[in-house]
Design a protein around this ligand. Structure first.
Ligand code: ZN
Ligand code: ZN
Length: 243
């Protein structure tokens, strides 16, 4: 009881010291006021498009173009909102970089609403599949204190009933010394590390990879590639934002 009231007092004090302002309209109170939350809700019911070219497809499956089929290891991609939308992007950044818990809750509820809207699609996708958050580099995660993909994967797991398993994939450092790599992009990839499967699973098992943002798809495809080499039967991706 004492602990609870102390905690409540600490929360009240932190709110008093750091008042929150709505990221959309600037009103004082919460990071996303009810009116602006309604506006975010009207931004659309999801982006279901080919992971290679972005063309709208049924359930976000890879389109028929041979270039997309060659490029994309992912079987499908579904994203809640476009990265270009400033409000969801601001919420995600507040959560990731400023560690504002309330912003994380707003991201979770927006993501959960998107899953609910497409309940039938996601439940059939998740049936018999394992939900895996895209791993961060362990040093990055230690510095940040959390991996935002874990939170989103947990929301997906609760919403669809699919089992979430965290330690399936792991990022490792590249084996090449950074100084030996001339190309800037290649250095970035090397520093980020390669993706490895660190847990055995039944061959043919399907996976749903969850992350916060899909941009070039390099990381997601590397995860899918590692899973398929280890015997995965299908790898689908779901993210909060699509760039
Ligand atoms: Zn507002
Ligand atoms: Zn395509």
């Amino acid at each position: 009881m004492l602990m609870r009231s102390l905690r409540a007092a600490a929360i009240a004090a932190s709110k008093a010291v750091f008042p929150h302002f709505c990221v959309a309209c600037g009103d004082e109170g919460t990071v996303l006021c009810d009116d602006c939350d309604l506006d975010v809700g009207s931004l659309g019911s999801g982006i279901f498009g080919c992971p290679g070219c972005g063309e709208r497809t049924v359930a976000g499956r890879v389109c028929r173009r041979s270039a997309c089929r060659q490029k994309s290891v992912l079987d499908s991609l579904a994203c809640a909102l476009p990265y270009a939308e400033p409000v969801p992007r601001a919420l995600l950044q507040l959560y990731k970089y400023e560690r504002v818990e309330e912003a994380g809750e707003a991201v979770a509820s927006t993501f959960g609403r998107f899953l609910q809207w497409n309940d039938a699609d996601f439940c059939s996708l998740a049936k018999g599949a394992v939900v895996v958050p895209v791993p961060m580099h362990p040093w990055k995660e230690a510095w940040r204190g959390f991996n935002q993909a874990d939170m989103l994967a947990a929301v997906f797991s609760v919403s669809t009933g699919a089992r979430m398993v965290k330690n399936v994939l792991r990022r490792r450092f590249g084996l090449t010394a950074q100084a030996a790599i001339k190309d800037h992009d290649a250095r970035g990839r090397n520093a980020d590390g390669s993706i490895g499967v660190i847990r055995r699973f039944t061959p043919g098992m399907r996976f749903v990879l969850v992350d916060d943002v899909f941009t070039t798809g390099a990381t997601m495809n590397a995860c899918a590639d590692a899973l398929k080499r280890a015997g995965a039967g299908g790898v689908h991706a779901v993210t909060f934002l699509r760039g």
